[in-house]
Write a protein that binds this ligand. Structure first.
Ligand code: PRP
Length: 283
């Protein structure tokens, strides 16, 4: 039986992040310098290193069975693919932007103007929905300087922190979509059981990364209040302490909420509140 082929970005930040994620999920591989292929762990999986923006189309064409790429690139490709998992990294949005001092207040006012982008398909669709018939300037990169260069009146580009926009004195006129890194799959994949195992393994790490384990001691009579603050993934684990008036609670909390939750727990009488990082899980 042939191996499951997974396409992974060959360079850039997503290449590193994807490598770390696969490793943490027990799918580590050793990449020889300049080699395009590697074998993952003990499983019959071949890793192929590809350009991030080629991964959606190569997956749709069946050259790879699965791939790690950006959902922005999946949307732009228009390819027939299954998104198996959102990977919780590389979050960004695609935005229609104009100069800070522009009078334009809505997309419709861009009719007849020039719009530069590396996302012509998503942009065309969005502007058509807003009745803005524009001239699209399709570029491979450096879109943010095209207004200064006199090439365009507006741009459609990815925004992460917003610093590129600020540096180029641009403002967001409209948000077109939100994107992040994803695991995609060819709908006619050959190795479905193996693909499902890969998804479960990666999912365990992705979920673990967004949750922490909190443990705390609490006067038993405050349990109902504490459960309101920390309802947990399904429900908290409550154990007895030697002092019958107290109990020990163990519960999963969204990582971004931990600090606020600790303060609220302290206010209802919790003590010895400890946060532990979860590396992997099966829920
Ligand atoms: C992306 C995007 C913007 C920038 C936005 O470029 O095209 O230029 O990041 O990020 P910010 O809001 O944090 O400033 P990237 O660095 O991926 O390279 P690119 O120019 O090749 O697209």
């Amino acid at each position: 039986m042939s191996n499951l082929r997974i396409g992974v970005p060959s360079k850039g930040r997503l290449s590193e992040l994807a490598g770390e994620l696969l490793k943490q999920a027990g799918l580590s591989f050793r990449r020889q310098e300049r080699s395009l292929f590697a074998r993952a762990g003990e499983m019959p999986i071949d890793i192929t290193f590809l350009r991030t923006d080629d991964i959606p189309v190569l997956c749709a064409e069946g050259a790879i069975d699965m791939g790690i790429t950006g959902s922005d690139l999946v949307a732009e490709s228009g390819a027939d693919l299954i998104t198996r998992l959102h990977l919780g990294m590389g979050r960004c949005k695609l935005a229609l932007c104009v100069p800070e001092d522009s009078d334009v207040q809505e997309p419709g006012q861009l009719a007849g103007k020039r719009v530069a982008t590396s996302f012509p398909n998503v942009t065309r669709q969005y502007l058509a929905q807003h009745d803005a018939d524009v001239h699209l300037v399709n570029l491979g990169g450096s879109v943010e300087i095209m207004i200064t260069l006199g090439v365009a009146d507006a741009i459609v580009d990815l925004v992460e922190t917003g610093s590129t926009l600020a540096a180029n004195r641009l403002r967001v006129l409209a948000e077109i979509g939100k994107y992040e890194s994803v695991l995609i799959q060819n709908p006619a994949r050959r190795e479905s059981e193996l693909a499902d195992r890969v998804v479960r393994r990666l999912e365990g790490v992705v979920i673990a990364r967004s949750w922490s384990l909190l443990e705390y001691n609490l006067p038993r009579q405050r349990l109902a209040e504490a459960e309101q603050i920390t309802p947990g993934y399904s429900s908290p684990t409550v154990n007895a302490l030697e002092d019958p008036d107290w109990c020990a609670v163990k519960v999963m909390v969204r990582r971004g909420d931990v600090i606020g939750v600790m303060e609220r727990l302290e206010a209802v009488g919790a003590r010895a509140i400890l946060e532990t990082q979860i590396n992997n899980c099966r829920l």
